[in-house]
Design a binder for this molecule. Structure first.
Ligand code: BG6
Length: 486
């Protein structure tokens, strides 16, 4: 198990805690990863006591796992009495005085709250001496996204936090890094000679990174309208994928060595001039329509969204990474809501063979080799190759070498937060975003934000489609097409 600690969750009655943190804690308890003397102290604005938190989590589903899941039912039973609750205002001193009165030893302060509270909570914790690491005890802060709103605000937030606590105490969460298939990108690259040797502009033609979602904005209008697809997904989740795919081999797998290489890649993304930002981006917003049997209103008719909103629910970008390894290799990124399928994937397309030497095929265009890293759903990796069709003569046929996680392992029961919480408790910062990397990510997307702020509106697209037509043009002008969504 991890060392004993108090996990103080700010936002204990919120959605993140119920949907992801508590289920992850139950999984960890089941696996014996939580120290028997650890406790969870939930802080929220709703009035109530320990029992209120426990029952509200049960109402939401904690402990209800069905008959086949006796282990998790047991895990919830043993976790339940360790949960405590205090109501309080995150911006007033009272709650911090109460926490200080009962807290001893190791503690993790988990900020599962809206971003406007991040700075205040860290300052209050520090003012009350709660972040001081005395007598060998650790005091760590976990911060959810969004970390900043643009390059300037991310920098200011880092400065505000780092004025009070050390970078080694800060765990900036990007939940994509809790996904097995995302972590596996490093293993795929650095444990397999035949892959890493070809992983550069000599052999690779271009790379596509997609995070397509079928969900619409729904009840998240008030958050989403001030955010949009670019801020919500690109400098964080998609850039995590990009940096895993594009980083240089680290000199070790220590947190700092890995984070150095990831930060370098983000710093090497070409910063576009305003006109280049316009040319290399497409933004979209969905109209009213249906996805399967689901009818959804147009984005601009969603509750808490301004009717004249120009916030995008879809974005596609073409980025360049200015390093020796990636010179001339375009990275195409896209993400959107209310699309045809849920599909998060990285597609690495290799260059064609220099010459197709096959009889009757001389100089014909052969489909390129491709590695498809399927992040979700149906996690796996496949390799598109060409083979000879059996029979007389030489006929070249595409074939797929296909590996699916589900065929080998049982990963379906974890939500990704288990790893992240365990790493915070054991002090491993590898899977957390360092201040400089967060800022580099924002700097790379700032030209798009600036250009869009000058005017214009997103392209409309129908729910259940692949996004705006112009996104196809972004690749077509380079003679390419997006990979088919599964
Ligand atoms: C969140 C975004 O960070 O990630 C959501 O705010 C998005 O808008 C979600 O839906 C996607 O995460 P996942 O794990 O469902 O792919």
């Amino acid at each position: 198990p991890a060392p004993p600690a108090t996990l103080v969750i700010f936002g204990a009655t919120g959605d993140l805690t119920r949907r992801l943190l508590v289920p992850a804690l139950i999984n960890m308890e089941r696996e014996g990863l939580i120290n028997p003397s650890s406790t969870v102290l939930g802080i929220g604005k709703d009035a109530g006591d320990d029992e209120m938190l426990r029952t509200s989590l049960e109402t939401f589903g904690a402990g209800h796992f069905g008959e086949g899941d006796a282990q998790r039912i047991e895990a919830w039973k043993s976790l339940r009495p360790k949960l405590r609750y205090r109501a309080g205002d995150f911006t007033a001193d009272q709650i911090y005085t109460e926490i200080a009165a009962e807290l001893t030893g190791n503690a993790v302060f988990y900020l599962a709250v809206p971003p406007r509270f991040f700075g205040d909570i860290v300052e209050k914790l520090a003012d009350h001496g709660l972040t001081t690491e005395a007598d060998g005890a650790f005091r760590r802060i976990a911060i959810e996204k969004p970390f900043g709103h643009d390059a300037a605000s991310a920098k200011a937030l880092n400065a505000r936090i780092l004025a009070r606590v050390a970078e080694t105490q800060v765990y900036r969460i990007d939940h994509f890094l809790g996904k097995e298939t995302v972590q596996n990108i490093m293993t795929l690259r650095f444990a397999n000679m035949m892959i890493e040797k070809l992983w550069n502009s000599d052999s690779i033609d271009h790379i596509q990174i997609t995070a397509a979602e079928t969900v619409d904005v729904g009840t998240r209008g008030s958050f989403y309208d001030g955010t949009g697809a670019l801020r919500d997904m690109v400098p964080n989740h998609l850039f995590q994928l990009l940096s895993m795919v594009a980083m240089e081999p680290p000199i070790s797998f220590d947190a700092e060595a890995v984070r150095d290489e990831k930060a370098k890649v983000l710093r090497a993304i070409r910063i576009y001039e305003p006109e280049e930002a316009a040319e290399n981006s497409v933004r979209g917003a969905y109209t009213a329509g249906t996805i399967g049997d689901r009818t959804i209103p147009a984005y601009t008719e969603t509750s808490d969204v301004k009717p004249d909103s120009t916030t995008e629910t879809y974005v596609a970008l073409k980025l360049m990474i200015d390093t020796w390894r990636w010179a001339g290799v375009p990275f195409y990124l896209r993400t959107g809501k209310a699309l045809t399928v849920r599909d998060t994937e990285v597609i690495v397309t290799f260059k064609p063979v220099p010459f197709a030497q096959f009889p009757r095929l001389k100089n014909a265009h052969l489909p390129p080799n491709r590695i498809v890293i399927q992040i979700q759903p149906d996690e796996g990796i496949s390799l598109d190759m060409l083979i000879k069709r059996p029979g007389i003569g030489v006929a070249v046929e595409p074939a797929v070498m296909d590996f699916r996680y589900a065929g080998l392992f049982d990963i379906g029961r974890l939500n990704g937060y288990e790893t992240l919480i365990y790493d915070i408790l054991t002090g491993d910062q590898t899977l957390f975003q360092r201040a400089d990397a967060v800022e580099a990510g924002w700097r790379a997307v700032q030209p798009f934000l600036d250009r869009w702020a000058e005017g214009g509106a997103p392209e409309p697209y129908a729910p259940g489609s692949l996004g705006p037509d112009m996104a196809a043009d972004l690749l077509a002008r380079d003679g390419l097409a997006w990979h088919d969504l599964v």
